[in-house]
Design a protein around this ligand. Structure first.
Ligand code: SGN
Ligand code: CA
Length: 518
């Protein structure tokens, strides 16, 4: 356990044996213990729903604690706004087309090089608890205890080296309980640790914990200005998607309004049948107490048209934010535990999400598109020994960079075939002068929610997106049009900007070895 000021003997031996890069060696002077890494990862948590990002939504005091005591990254992005692919990028430090996991139907090739394996070889105690979603069994972890598939909110099933079993309780609480128990055990160990603690919340169908289900009745969520945008200024995939609050959100499954007597269920509403049976009596009672009066008022109001959309937006957002309150509460418990174990000073705590989420922007939920709400992720890093409290970084960073960052802080060898870049200098407040000017994004398409494949580049000021199936382009001026309502791709006044960005995009595709389409 690395709370003491010197490296364990075994770790020094490992360091001298391994082929560390010069920069890696510089990053961890042998007089200092290598840091522990606690990676807190949520599922579908938009940056706008962390109050440290200042969105006017309910406070997340424990996540803000990380920002206040560490660094908030304001331009952090995923490479592919989908669960499995994002996780595979974090593990490998490689884009989806290289690590082989491009969509949620893929199976992760666990035999390939990953950051947990490399940290394990470098003498770290490694563990994974919670959502995994990569289908093959995890490798590189001394212990793992995962949710099979998407995982259940109530009475979650787990899968570990000994098989499957269920645990009573609420998903976020159970994962935090397990992580806390693991931290207690790991703190007895000589080795530094790497713990990936990965929540299911606030993923669809946004089911809150009993403690939070009663929140926000008196709070009106501010509507995004694009809630009723018709996407007329965007390319055709923005109109063809199936993720709109108005048309693709289900009353029972998504919004917790049970059918009336004799009403027949269709679509995803059928999946909601019986889900309360997985709750304890107390949890079911808390749900009943919270939703019954809300649902009675909804039925009595007979809402139609835009009023119905507004109501759905409020119900969706409140449940989503209730799930986030559950995460915030449990992050607080984990931070308190680190404190109690005297591990705060030399533990890097990261809070981020696999990708962002649409919180009603363009009238949508879900993600997948390269537009800001789903592209951007919350990214907070606390490491009191190295990071100035309350610092803010504006450089373009991606989940692609995490693997190299972890390896560098662990003074482990950083393989040359990883495609990101270590964030250690940024964490120390000194961005290299040759830091990237644009990020590359690629989504390969899936039947779910019907979002067309696309790739693109985002710079500090511009975004260029290409949809190969329809051969359409979108160009957004992120300063003048931060909500990305009006594409300038076909405007002759912006032909030069578009050409410049097309060249930059082409250079990124080459840099990352993106296969040419036939
Ligand atoms: C499920 C969800 C979708 C979601 C995908 C991918 N439906 O299919 O809404 O887009 O997962 O999400 S659900 O009814 O099962 O909730 S991801 O985060 O796993 O990529
Ligand atoms: Ca996700």
């Amino acid at each position: 356990m690395s709370c003491c000021p010197t490296l364990p003997v075994a770790a020094v031996a490992l360091l001298s044996l391994s082929a560390c890069t010069q920069s890696a060696l510089r990053s961890a002077p042998e007089t200092q213990a290598r840091p522990n890494i606690l990676f807190l990862y949520s599922d579908d948590h938009a940056a706008a729903a962390v109050s440290a990002y200042g969105s006017g939504l309910p406070a997340t005091p424990n996540l803000d604690r990380l920002a206040d005591q560490g660094m908030r990254f304001d331009a952090a992005f995923c490479t592919n706004a989908l669960c499995g692919p994002a996780r595979a990028v974090v593990l490998t430090g490689k884009h989806s087309h290289i690590n082989g996991f491009a969509d949620n139907d893929s199976v992760f090739n666990g035999d390939q090089q990953t950051v947990p394996k490399l940290l394990q070889q470098a003498g770290y105690h490694t563990a994974l608890i919670g959502k995994w979603h990569l289908k093959s069994d995890p490798q590189g972890f001394d212990e793992w205890d995962i949710l099979p598939g998407q995982g259940r909110y109530y009475t979650p099933e787990f899968l570990n080296q000994s098989g499957k079993y269920s645990v009573d309780g609420y998903n976020t609480d159970v994962i935090a309980d397990k992580a806390i128990a693991w931290l207690e055990r790991a703190s007895q160990d000589e080795k530094p640790f790497f713990l990936m603690c990965q929540f299911k919340a606030p993923h669809r169908a946004w089911m809150p914990a009993p403690q939070e289900v009663g929140l926000f009745d008196d709070f009106q969520i501010p509507e995004p200005s694009t809630l009723f945008n018709d996407a007329s200024g965007m390319a055709s995939p923005a109109r063809a998607q199936e993720m709109s609050i108005a048309r693709h959100m289900w009353l029972y499954y998504d919004l917790k309004v049970p059918p009336l007597d004799g009403e027949e269920l269709s679509g995803p509403d059928r999946w909601a049948v019986g889900r309360e049976r997985l709750m304890s009596e107390e949890a079911a009672a808390a749900w009943e107490q919270a939703y019954a009066p809300r649902n009675a008022a909804f039925r009595a109001a007979h809402l139609q048209g835009d009023d119905l959309v507004r109501w759905k937006f409020q119900r969706y957002m409140k449940d989503y934010l209730r799930c986030i309150q559950g995460i915030d509460r449990n992050v607080g418990r984990l931070l308190d535990k680190l404190e109690a174990l005297d591990l705060t000073e030399n533990t890097i705590v990261i809070y981020t999400s696999d990708q962002g989420f649409f919180l009603g922007e363009h009238g949508w939920y879900d993600k997948r598109f390269m537009y800001e709400p789903s592209l951007r992720v919350p990214f907070l890093v606390r490491w009191p020994r190295e990071i100035a409290a309350g610092s803010v970084n504006h450089d373009l960073v991606q989940n692609l960079d995490f693997a190299e960052t972890f390896l560098e802080v662990a003074a482990a060898n950083v393989p040359a075939d990883m495609q990101g870049r270590s964030l250690l200098p940024l964490l120390r407040g000194a961005t290299p002068s040759d830091w990237r000017q644009g990020i590359y994004y690629s989504y390969t398409g899936e039947a779910t929610h019907h979002v067309a494949a696309h790739d693109g580049i985002r710079t500090a000021a511009w975004k260029l997106i290409h949809f190969p199936d329809s051969n359409e382009w979108e160009l957004f001026d992120l300063h003048a049009d931060p909500e990305e309502i009006h594409s300038l791709a076909e405007d002759p006044a912006y032909a030069e900007v578009r050409l410049r960005l097309q060249r930059q995009l082409e250079a990124l595709r080459e840099q990352y070895d993106v296969p040419q389409k036939p």
